[in-house]
Design a protein around this ligand. Structure first.
Ligand SMILES: [Zn+2]
Length: 465
């Protein structure tokens, strides 16, 4: 009896030691924070963001951050959090560091594993938010704690800005820039929730994208109205036909070709590795964006069309009320992705001019647009250094995203914002928002190391002015 029990007791600590031996204390702490964060069900409607904020506040307190530098900003059922790491002021205005604490809703019954439990398996961390973006929340917190322990004094304040509803209304970020500007004001912002590296399917690093711009998102409803009547007595005007005519006009319209520094630099870099006529068009456009033939080739490519212009496309349709009645109204929704620097109202006017005065064009909800951030040499140099620490030699290229994150609001508030995640992923591993979200374990620890280099570079001794 005694011997087997003794053997069982012996194997357990050995197994734990074997795993721990591969992690240093900073990595082990980050992993612990990560597993706690994944367990908070921070979906919309669950009220768990404030609970997670409490946990995070405890970690910052324990690391020696004073109460006065840990700010919790409640917002309905969610919350934002701002943590300031005081610098000595020799490097200028603060730098903001962004991540969001909420996640897209996950239905556990559809997942292969519990989405709200961090599972390490086959070289991956599985769980809702592993990629988007509790890994980002974790690496920022873990590096603040580590830097404090190391006695690091930044040359300028570093401000963690955690938001609580990026995946839904993005209200907390708007509230912060509008009503708590003093807390979050910065020279520029570094966003964990955008940018990052791409791995080949064989695991080789291909390219790193530094996100400098995002397209704005706006939906418009087009509505036609008519007195209606009995369908046995058709009249020449008809709400459904008129809406169909309006939609054909939207379909046939192309917004003007546009570009910025990021467009040209990213086509130059992509063109170097893209084969065929698309690659040729990328190189030609990068050289001369007035080359209309090149612009047309890019516009015909679904993956590229959004990079050089605003796009609007029909996404929803409803109309009429009975199969034997003339329709009294018909409504279609068009979704627009707006090129950086173009006002939402300008797009609305273009659509209105296109469809004519008889069609109502209304903005759905609220929308905001922002300029592209200029590619700052100091940010580019620091990101390059940090990327090359974890992935030596990989090419760095600026990129414009077709989606929109909280970074949009920072940019719109006049603070240049850069998506600079340190995560490298294979295309086949990208399950953000979807089922069985995961990140490679190695990418997580690399991301952790990357942010240490990045923070000690942008706010280290050599950054003093
Ligand atoms: Zn995100």
């Amino acid at each position: 009896m005694f011997k087997p029990l003794f053997a069982a007791l012996l194997t357990l600590p050995v197994a734990i030691a074997a795993q721990a031996a591969t992690l240093d204390s900073n990595q082990a702490q980050a992993r612990d924070i990560f597993s706690h964060l994944i367990a908070f069900k921070t979906e919309i409607g669950q009220g768990q963001v404030p609970v997670m904020v409490k946990y995070l506040a405890d970690q910052f307190r324990a690391a020696g951050f004073p109460e006065s530098d840990i700010h919790i900003i409640p917002h309905g059922e969610t919350a934002a959090m701002v943590v300031r790491y005081r610098g000595n002021g020799t490097g200028g205005k603060p730098i903001a560091l962004m991540a969001h604490m909420d996640v897209v809703t996950a239905k556990p019954e559809d997942w292969q594993r519990d989405p709200f439990k961090l599972t390490e398996e086959n070289g991956y961390f599985f769980g809702r938010g592993t990629e988007d973006i509790k890994s980002g929340v974790t690496v920022l917190a873990a590096n603040f704690i580590r830097l404090k322990k190391e006695g690091f004094v930044p040359t300028r304040d570093l401000i963690i800005v955690y938001t609580g509803d990026e995946e839904t209304t993005q209200d907390t970020m708007q509230d912060l820039v509008e009503h708590h500007r003093d807390l979050v004001d910065a020279d520029f912002a570094l966003n964990t929730d955008a940018g990052g590296g791409e791995l080949s399917e064989a695991g080789k690093p291909l390219v790193y994208g530094l996100q400098t711009a995002e397209k704005a998102y706006a939906s418009f409803e087009l509505t036609t109205r008519n007195p209606g009547g009995h369908s046995s007595l058709p009249r020449p005007d008809n709400a459904i036909y008129e809406l169909a005519d309006a939609l054909k006009k939207v379909q046939g319209y192309s917004f003007p070709v546009m570009w910025n520094d990021t467009t040209l630099a990213s086509f130059k870099a992509l063109g170097a590795t893209t084969q065929g006529k698309v690659g040729e068009a990328m190189r030609a456009f990068a050289q001369d964006p007035h080359n209309t033939a090149a612009a047309e080739v890019l516009a015909a490519e679904p993956s590229e069309v959004g990079k050089t212009r605003t796009t609007c496309v029909a996404t929803l349709l409803r109309g009429g009320h009975a199969d034997n009645a003339l329709p009294q109204s018909a409504t279609a929704t068009i979704n627009c992705r707006i090129f950086p620097g173009v006002a939402v109202s300008t797009v609305q006017k273009t659509v209105q001019d296109l469809v004519g005065p008889k069609v109502e064009v209304n903005l759905v909800g609220k929308a905001i647009s922002s300029d592209a951030s200029p590619l700052r040499p100091d940010v580019l140099a620091a990101v390059t250094k940090a990327v090359h620490t974890i992935r030596p030699g990989v090419a760095i290229t600026p990129e414009q995203e077709s989606g929109a994150t909280d970074g949009l609001y920072y940019r719109a508030a006049g603070i240049p914002t850069y998506g600079v995640s340190g995560l490298f992923m294979k295309n086949s591993d990208a399950f953000a928002h979807g089922l069985n979200e995961r990140i490679p374990v190695k990418s997580f620890y690399n991301d952790l190391a990357y942010w240490h280099v990045l923070l000690t570079t942008v706010a280290g001794p050599s950054s003093a002015k």
